[in-house]
Ligand binder design. Structure first.
Ligand code: HEM
Length: 405
């Protein structure tokens, strides 16, 4: 089956990929896109089966640039000392299992729960100080900065570095998941190399001056007498979280604010009964995921649906499509606060790579919307706005969202 015209970097796909997902899913479980050079997987059962089988479907390509790196950008990265190693996202078992166990031990439930008062105070401050006096952009006022301040505190990064790191994360997002021209690639590569050196600098600073933070906990992990992780591995994990730990949640907060205000009567129900907020967040994650696609690569010949895949086939897993698959979710295009299986969405992936930060992302979103409902019960969307999104295949959240109230 051929889906010519599949262009995930342009409108109308960026503004609303869901009509495309519905058409593709109805027509075929899988199709090959020659421009992206990826097999595109559309149905929930198949995306799940791929996530569940790391021996057949490696994560090695999960962070590979979609567009081959041009020589100039390659030189900038090499000269800039850019040298991450596979640790979590693009590592496979058993090497992944070792690192993930250590990351789980450092990213404890206690560390996440301890962030709740900080998240609440921050949400309250941003809402009261920045969201008054007519129309406000919710992304600039709150969603852009709050998740970064939270994950940076966990990593042990000073608050004043937020703008620089947000800019670095944006370079990386477009470099890995966008379609930059060679000139743009060279520019983005400079930002990425800076961003990498920042992570290395943080690790060196924690070696000299250990603190009570995630970075120090990773460095303190022991394998007998030796450090369990090399400094390069710790720097790679920190570097990963400097993107994974906030861009995704900024997207979730923006998508949630849009959806919860746009759906008839939903905001009023949440204001009246804030206990519904966690369920509402999962239904938002299902219907408007902030990660709509992820990647894998087959290690051997395999079969998906009726299609035989060669070894080495690159796969684009359409999480956003899986989340609206009518085989799993009844009336899937409808936002349903009472949906019994909303949590069967694949927005955090599944299996050995299941998102390390899922509990933190859920906690942040729940607290933000509890505070918004309490402090802004009359919040509304400014009508008639056209939302814009970053041109990339994976990360999806509005770049601006005007609200009033
Ligand atoms: C709404 C917010 C978020 C979404 C939608 C999201 C989504 C994802 C997805 C799709 C994966 C890949 C799963 C797979 O390959 O099976 C992933 C992995 C990961 N996420 Fe998240 N994420 C979010 C928030 C966070 C946060 C807040 C953190 C950290 C503070 C985080 C850290 C990670 C890490 C470290 C991995 C790699 C785990 C591994 O490979 O073992 N994420 N996430």
């Amino acid at each position: 089956m051929d889906f010519t015209g599949f262009d995930p970097f342009r409108e109308p796909y960026l503004a609303d990929p869901y009509p495309f997902f519905a058409a593709a899913r109805a027509a075929t479980p899988i199709f090959f896109d020659a421009v992206l050079d990826h097999w595109v997987i559309t149905r929930h059962a198949d995306v799940l089966a791929v996530f569940r089988d790391p021996a057949t479907y490696s994560a090695a390509n999960a962070l590979a640039p979609l567009v081959p790196v041009c020589p100039a950008a390659g030189r900038i990265l090499a000269d800039g000392g850019f040298r991450p190693v596979p640790t979590l996202t693009n590592n496979d078992p058993p090497a992944h299992t070792r690192v993930r166990r250590l990351a789980n031990m450092a990213f404890t439930r206690r560390r996440v729960a301890a962030m709740a008062p900080f998240i609440r105070a921050l949400a309250r401050r941003f809402i009261t100080e920045r969201m008054h006096g007519g129309e406000v952009d919710f992304i600039r006022a709150l969603a852009w900065e709050l998740p970064a301040l939270v994950v940076f505190r966990i990593l042990g990064i000073p608050d004043e570095d937020v703008p620089a790191i947000k800019a670095g994360a944006e370079s990386r997002l477009l470099f890995m998941w966008g379609r930059p021209t060679p000139d743009e690639q060279a520019n983005l590569a400079q930002g990425m190399a800076r961003f990498w050196r920042y992570a290395e600098g943080l690790v060196a600073a924690r070696r000299a001056d250990p603190r009570d933070d995630f970075t120090t906990a990773l460095m303190a992990a022991r394998d007998g007498d030796a450090p369990a992780l090399s400094e390069q591995e710790v720097a790679t994990i920190v570097y990963g979280l400097l993107l994974a730990g906030h861009e995704t949640t900024t997207g979730l907060l923006g998508n949630a604010c849009h959806r919860l205000l746009a759906e008839d009567g939903v905001w009023a129900r949440l204001v009246a009964d804030p206990g519904l907020i966690p369920q509402a967040i999962d239904e938002v994650l299902r219907i408007d995921s902030s990660v709509i696609a992820w990647r894998r690569q087959s290690t051997r010949a395999s079969r998906i649906g009726e299609v035989d895949l060669p070894a080495g086939a690159k796969l684009l897993l359409l999480i956003g499509s899986a989340n609206r698959d009518p085989a799993v979710f009844s009336d899937p295009e409808r936002f349903d606060l009472a949906r019994p299986n909303a949590r069967d969405h694949l927005s955090f992936g599944y299996g050995p790579h299941f998102c390390l930060g899922a509990p933190l992302a859920r906690l942040e979103a729940t607290i933000v919307f509890e505070e918004l409902c309490a402090l802004k019960p009359a919040l509304t969307l400014v009508p008639g706005q056209r939302l814009r999104y970053q041109p990339n295949v994976s990360f999806r959240g509005p770049l601006a969202l005007q609200v009033r109230g």
